[in-house]
Design a protein around this ligand. Structure first.
Ligand code: SF4
Length: 362
């Protein structure tokens, strides 16, 4: 017989929690006490919620689970990018990355940098197989639940003692393929009773799931959207991102038109520069045209080698030329120069490496 799976307390928004408490014959203000324990005091067990009557704590424990994720590996130093590898309750591995916005601007006296961004995972593995990405190499296992997404922030804050004020859904997995759980996690992350991060500090990245972009456009939350373009023509994008064969550039851009019209928000294009694949002047000019159409910002990211994949990064001269074409057209554009900020190209690498080591060792 199949065992009923308990839902996790950190998968519920306040109104759902209130309803659950009413069903248990409890006053709904208890829901606020519970979210306070979960997101402000950050307890690990229901038993630690000491202002709840003992019988209620017992009933809650019988009805809900309360998960926790632990970092099994941490790479990097506090003043640079830090990668966290987490083991989930079912043994699966996921990664999160903490990025100081500008390491140079960090004030060591107070221990604060100007902005701390976390890049979170939304799935175990990924089904989309972008050719520059380690996450797709071993296929898709499952979606993360809302609480497993929220827990990445809580665990990283706990491990570093830092407060996160920006979140990007750019880690392992395609966020829009797990839209329901991602949106639920965002509601918790965004709420005052939750983690209290403003919607404008939350960015969802997508490889180009056009129908889901249209769905996201209907959401009330003013979250930001980053589209991984990585090629300005179908011919080039097909080589890099298999999703383009399902939703080609025009289909993707018209979904972006729709998003922009509904949201009145600037979206951004992520573009990994790969030598002799997508870094020609022609690609730059066409990318500029797409960005102009959507008033989009462009983030250029020089490719980082992924072991087992063939491509290389363009010379600095080529990167600068590509940048100058966009700049010349008046497109707001950045070129990532720092080393270590390799999350887009290298998401999933730490997990892959750990799994391979485990296989080799066992
Ligand atoms: S870049 Fe994103 S969508 Fe593409 S394979 Fe990697 S995780 Fe999946």
């Amino acid at each position: 017989m199949k065992r009923a799976v308990k839902s996790d307390l950190k998968s519920l928004i306040l109104s759902e929690l209130q309803e659950q408490l009413r069903n248990l014959g409890e006053p709904s203000y208890r829901a606020g006490q519970i979210t306070d324990w979960l997101y402000k005091k950050r307890v690990d067990t229901i038993d630690e919620m000491t202002n709840l009557p003992q019988p209620l704590r017992k009933r809650l424990s019988e009805t809900f689970s309360l998960g926790k994720i632990d970092a099994i590996r941490v790479l990097g130093a506090r003043d640079t990018t830090m990668k966290f590898l987490f083991r989930l309750a079912d043994g699966n591995l996921i990664e999160s990355v903490l990025i100081p916005a500008s390491p140079a601007s960090r004030d060591y006296g107070s221990g604060r940098s100007d902005r701390r961004t976390i890049c979170v995972s939304t799935q175990v593995g990924c089904a989309y197989g972008c050719k520059f990405c380690a996450s797709g190499l071993e296929g898709f296992s499952r979606n993360l639940s809302a609480n497993e997404i929220v827990d990445q922030l809580i665990a990283v804050e706990r491990a570093t003692g830092e407060t996160i004020d920006n979140i990007v859904f750019m880690g392992m997995g395609e966020p829009l393929a797990n839209l329901e759980n991602v949106l639920q996690a965002i509601r918790i992350i965004n709420a005052e009773w939750g983690l209290g991060i403003g919607a404008r500090h939350i960015t969802i990245s997508t490889s180009g799931l056009a129908p889901q972009i249209r769905k996201l456009a209907e959401e009330r939350l003013q979250i930001r959207l980053a589209v991984s373009l990585h090629g300005a023509t179908d011919e080039v994008r097909n080589r890099i991102m298999p999703i383009n064969r399902r939703y080609n550039i025009e289909t993707l851009l018209s979904a972006c038109d729709y998003y922009k019209a509904r949201k009145k928000q600037r979206l951004s294009f992520e573009y990994i520069l790969i030598a002799d694949v997508n870094d020609s002047d022609d690609q730059a000019r066409l990318l500029s045209r797409h960005a102009h159409r959507l008033s989009a910002k462009v983030n250029l990211i020089p490719y980082n080698s992924v072991s087992g994949l063939p491509w290389t990064r363009p010379s600095e001269k080529r990167q600068e030329k590509f940048l100058s074409i966009l700049r010349g057209d008046g497109i707001p554009v950045t070129l990532r120069r720092e080393k270590g900020h390799d999350i887009d190209a290298a998401c999933g690498q730490l997990r892959l490496q750990t799994e391979r080591e485990a296989l080799a060792g066992g």
